[in-house]
Design a binder for this molecule. Structure first.
Ligand code: ADP
Ligand code: MG
Length: 719
């Protein structure tokens, strides 16, 4: 590397990085020096005062530096185990790796090795301590001739001990030590001051330390830094980098939102005739929350910029009628409405509700799903194209090229997390002249700031109240051994005229592997024949054809079936108020939000409802936390937060589907406070209310965003 590297310098031009290594790094999203500096240690090791083996206590997580004594592979009946004994003077620590054949030849006697893992009392041999599968790092090979070491080697080796040491996630052949050295070298070449695109006023307000210092301190913290703050990413250096990432993310989203607002949309009129129609359609008194969101939606629709609104409301909060009211506004204005649901069952359910509510008011509604035969599909498409169908409800089938609208004005997407952002866009383009309004409905309660970030371009409305007349669902956890009692209970409820769901985690028992899981198909037979021979049962799962599903759902809905045995296909949106019991078998296998969604299927009528979570087999600690949460609360927001906490946002939302950016230093849950600050500052920067910021600074921030963050977050076409 000649001259000083800049943040945008590609890694392959850095010292010690050739094309092959650059490729490995690229796979990790590391392209530039800046990317490399953002590759933060995932933990730190306190090697300032290395522990002696003598000091170790069984049960603790600890790191030790010791010398390799002996090592070798021995075979047990079940698997090969690799054993390495490390020592300090006369004390010894045994380390074991199951199926550790790959470690043969790794540990030279006399090498200095850092070990990190859980300390246990030795299970093999007499007494002593051991670590199972510790993470390790060879710090120093036993060299025959110490004099051959270069100065550089000595420099690095002095960094490996006697200080707080950063530990990086290894990738390919690049281990923690490699990252340590490479990043250290890069830092040493970094100019003392690196450009900072966050305007000075904001830096001052938040109290951010300079960038270069932050890079140094996250990788090579001073000896005085709080070890726990480091582990929690709470040091000033961490906070600075986290804020920076969130700030530019929010800035990008804010610009995007603004741009969307500038596009021409439809200004729907809401005059007295429309109001009368809205009243006519409404089958009940809306709740306060429904009124509030209806007003927000109506205001959006009346405005001539396109509506981009997320309607969030827990299961059963009454989103459907809100959507139909919005549809009424559009139809009264002479526009068409498209409503997309993730499954045929849901689309059909919405269609039936729409026929009940909207058709008597004179609107013509059509259903378009994949399972219609070609002739019916063609006929529906014809009505949509001519405008004789004012509202069309359907599944993905709506997205097909061949579906053309006469005059599309409003797009409603139910249960957003099942669709991608891309699909939403596709529907929006079905009107070439103006941008139709878009209303996205989701039953996944997401904390507000998070929602604003995840659905960056959407405004958010929340229905935070359930319709009246609901009785809370009583939830219990019951062990498998008491199955007979549970079935007795179900029998009593069903005999009294109510209905029940029994849910299983899998469709069918697996032939190739013994999972020990009860499955819907087999249990349907058992329940029907042996347990409830006097009752009418139905079976519903993902492999049943759409027609059959609809038929079964219809029969359950009108009471012909008393017990519905199912998998999670019933999870979303299905509405049968007379169902008042839900039994979930192997509840320990279900996700928290999933159970909450399932439970939302009951407690929709006025009779008391019961949710019975049955557990068989081993319940992990995390599963126990999920079950406890289900018992403790029915509040969707609380449950969502717990779920996020347990699973992390990536899993929770399915990163790919929502198009959620993968953040490199920030964590949307852990860093919620900073996210809020970042959002406020980004907004102030864009709308100019952060007065002390010059136009130049503003331009610089946007430039920087485009150059450095855009590719990563895909916040394309800004400005
Ligand atoms: P979700 O938000 O889960 O889509 P739905 O729109 O399906 O909820 O509403 C759940 C049930 O509550 C439906 O049976 C609906 O008719 C009923 N409902 C909705 N709003 C009200 C209200 N304001 N008063 C009485 N019942 C309502
Ligand atoms: Mg719904």
């Amino acid at each position: 590397m000649r001259g000083m590297p800049e943040l945008r310098t590609e890694v392959q031009f850095l010292k010690g990085i050739g094309p092959r290594v650059a490729e490995t790094l690229a796979a990790k999203g590391i392209h530039s020096l800046e990317d490399l500096l953002y590759y933060l240690p995932f933990r730190y090791e306190d090697r300032i005062n290395p522990r002696t083996i003598e000091q170790l206590q069984p049960g603790e997580m600890a790191s030790v530096i010791a010398e390799v004594r002996t090592s070798g592979l021995f075979k047990t009946r079940r698997m090969p185990i690799f054993e390495m004994t490390a020592g300090q003077g006369r004390s010894k620590l045994k380390c074991l790796w199951f199926r550790g054949g790959y470690l043969e030849g790794k540990f030279q006697p006399g090498a200095l090795v850092a070990l990190y893992g859980k300390v246990e009392a030795s299970t093999f041999g007499r007494g002593g301590l051991q670590m199972l599968q510790p993470q390790f790092e060879i710090l120093h090979e036993p060299s025959e001739d110490g004099a051959s070491e270069s100065d550089e080697q000595r420099h690095f080796e002095s960094l490996e001990t006697g200080r707080i040491v950063p530990i990086y996630e290894a990738t390919g052949k690049l281990n923690a030590k490699w990252f340590r050295r490479t990043i250290r070298t890069a830092l040493e070449q970094l100019p003392r001051e690196v450009p900072d695109a966050i305007p000075a006023a904001i830096r001052g307000r938040i109290g951010l330390i300079p960038r270069a210092e932050a890079f140094w301190q996250v990788h090579w913290p001073d000896a005085g830094e709080s070890f726990s703050a480091l582990q929690a990413a709470a040091t000033p250096a961490h906070q600075r980098l986290i804020f920076e990432e969130l700030f530019f993310l929010e800035l990008g989203l804010e610009l995007k939102r603004r741009k969307a607002r500038l596009q021409p949309g439809i200004a729907f009129e809401i005059h007295s005739r429309v109001r009368a129609a809205l009243k006519r359609v409404l089958p009940f008194h809306p709740t306060k929350a429904q009124k509030k969101v209806l007003k927000e939606i109506a205001d959006d629709m009346a405005h001539n910029s396109p509506m981009r609104r997320l309607l969030q409301g827990d299961v059963g909060s009454g989103k459907t009628i809100v959507a139909f009211e919005a549809a009424t506004v559009a139809m009264e204005n002479g526009y068409q409405v498209a409503m997309m649901a993730p499954t045929e069952i849901l689309a059909t359910q919405h269609y039936l509700t729409a026929r009940r509510i909207l058709e008597p008011a004179g609107y013509r509604v059509a259903l378009l799903t994949g399972s219609l035969n070609q002739a019916s599909k063609r006929s529906v498409r014809g009505h949509v194209a001519r405008g004789t169908a004012q509202m069309v409800i359907g599944t993905h089938a709506l997205l097909e090229e061949k579906v053309e609208f006469e005059r599309l004005g409003l797009v409603i997407v139910d249960e957003q997390h099942r669709f991608g952002v891309m699909q939403r866009m596709k529907l929006m383009r079905k009107n070439a002249e103006v941008q139709p309004d878009v209303l996205v409905m989701t039953a996944t309660p997401i904390p507000r700031t998070l929602a604003l970030t995840l659905y960056g371009d959407l405004d958010v409305s929340v229905i935070d109240e359930l319709p009246p007349g609901r009785t809370p669902v009583s939830t219990r956890v019951v062990r498998d051994e008491r199955t007979a009692e549970v079935w007795e209970f179900v029998r009593r409820i069903v005999t009294s005229g109510a209905q029940a769901y029994v849910v299983y985690p899998v469709i069918e028992e697996s032939e190739e592997k013994e999972t020990g899981l009860k499955a819907a198909i087999q249990m349907y037979d058992t329940l029907r024949r042996d347990v409830f021979p006097e009752c009418k049962l139905g079976l519903l799962h993902g492999r049943i054809s759409a027609d059959e599903k609809d038929e079964i759902m219809r029969r359950f809905k009108n009471g012909e079936l008393q017990i519905l045995v199912a998998t999670t296909v019933i999870e979303v949106g299905v509405d049968v108020p007379n169902a008042s019991v839900m039994v979930i078998e192997h509840a320990e296998r279900f996700g928290l939000s999933q159970m909450h969604q399932l439970r939302g299927r009951i407690g929709r009528g006025s009779t008391k409802s019961y949710c019975i979570l049955m557990t068989g087999g081993k319940v992990s600690e995390e599963a126990q936390q999920r079950l406890d949460t289900m018992i403790r609360t029915a509040d969707g927001f609380e449950i969502a937060e717990k779920d996020l906490e347990l699973r992390g946002p990536g899993e929770f939302f399915g990163t790919k589907q929502t198009g959620m950016p993968s953040l490199r230093v920030a964590n949307l849950i852990r860093d919620r406070k900073l996210l809020e600050l970042a959002k406020r500052e980004a907004r102030a920067l864009v709308d100019g209310s952060a007065g002390e910021i010059s136009q130049e600074e503003k331009r610089a921030a946007v430039q920087y965003l485009k150059a450095h963050w855009n590719r990563r977050y895909g916040l394309v076409e800004i400005g």
